[in-house]
Write a protein that binds this ligand. Structure first.
Ligand SMILES: [Zn+2]
Length: 184
């Protein structure tokens, strides 16, 4: 059954779709492009920098991101840490990690009010397919590289609450319990 993009809404923990492994997108067609456009809309209206398909209840391996450069940015960095506009990654794979994992406080649109310290390698190289069906490879660091890793985790049903430090886990325990009670 074709997906109605308008029906795609942000899913909040503990929605079951957030914990399932997403399936490979077989072909990049108008339906996939319409879904990507809707995901960008949902991401923007929630003021997010990234959104994976399972977060709108769709078990597809794709995510969108838009990590704008900070206002005081000196200029483009190498590897880039931001992107010029919204981008679509279909069937993304991490080809390479660089550097020892670094801690950083992350949030997630599916975990409103939760912030937790997650350790990730600072630089990654990703291969994916864009909205036109072309394969590309890109390398990123900073917030952009972190965003890609966070979104790719979603495609395997992995969330920041699985990876955050013990201290963050304790700090968020009651907020998380409340969310889980509401979701039941
Ligand atoms: Zn997330």
């Amino acid at each position: 059954m074709p997906v109605d993009p308008a029906s795609l809404k942000l899913q909040i923990h503990p929605a079951a779709c957030l914990r399932e492994k997403a399936a490979v997108v077989e072909s990049v067609d108008d339906e996939v492009r319409a879904v990507a456009a809707r995901m960008i809309e949902v991401m923007n209206s929630a003021d997010g920098i990234g959104l994976a398909a399972p977060q709108v209840g769709l078990g597809w391996r794709m995510f969108v991101c838009h990590v704008p450069p900070p206002d005081d940015a000196a200029g483009p960095e190498d590897p880039p840490t931001a992107c010029a506009g919204p981008e679509v990654f279909i069937n993304p794979e991490i080809l390479k990690y660089e550097g020892p994992p670094e801690p950083y406080e992350e949030g997630c649109l599916s975990l409103p009010g939760i912030l937790g310290e997650v350790r990730r390698p600072p630089i990654v190289t990703v291969r994916a397919i864009d909205g036109q069906g072309n394969t590309f490879e890109r390398r990123a660091g900073g917030l952009l590289g972190r965003c890609w890793q966070h979104e790719i985790d979603h495609l395997d049903g992995v969330m920041i609450i699985d990876k955050m430090s013990q201290i963050s886990r304790l700090k968020n325990r009651s907020a998380l319990r409340q969310m889980e009670r509401r979701g039941r």
